[in-house]
Design a binder for this molecule. Sequence first.
Ligand code: ADP
Length: 192
Amino acid sequence: MNIIIFGPPGAGKGTQSKFIVEKYNLYQLSTGELLRNEIKKETVLGSQISSIINSGELVSDEIVSKLIQNFISDQKYKEKLIFDGYPRNLNQAINLDNLLKQSNQKINLVLNLSVSLETIKKRISERQYQEKRSDDNEETAIKRFKTYEKTTKPLIEYYKNSNLLKEVNGESTINEINIKISGLIDSIKGWQ
Ligand code: ADP
């Protein structure tokens, strides 16, 4: 089973991905985390990535695609991936479909975690102190939300057309969302 977890910054994608990983023995592929690892290496590429992330824009499709390719073709992760933060635009969605097809895989479920801008601002300002991410200040968070609305949200239509999309209310408690997501995954596992 391959799953996409979709939603604005601060929706809880990472938190829910970690829960799904443990319960269903899947692997979390977070492009945000892969990019932050690249920054830690202090390479030229890392510093370019850092300034893009801090401006709230998207890193180029080419860079992100390179980062995910190896995971998709690796047998170890076959049918076991949770895509957290990828795809983020139409080009990435098409690229992902193609990469999966090349290794005889597909997406089985797209979870859309929805939350309001008010909740996002609150969560990101709390997270700022815990995780110390350089893009978790209010100004960049609002920019990231705008990038999401403009570029990423239209992907909902793309996945609606393929009947894979399931809505999850991201305003509920972490535990309530865990239960909701488990139900959705179990119902899909049931008919596979
Ligand atoms: P969040 O979803 O909370 O914004 P992420 O860790 O998923 O956090 O992403 C942080 C930043 O990394 C994004 O704002 C963006 O600049 C960059 N990024 C992550 N994934 C992608 C992607 N698939 N394509 C382009 N840029 C990405």
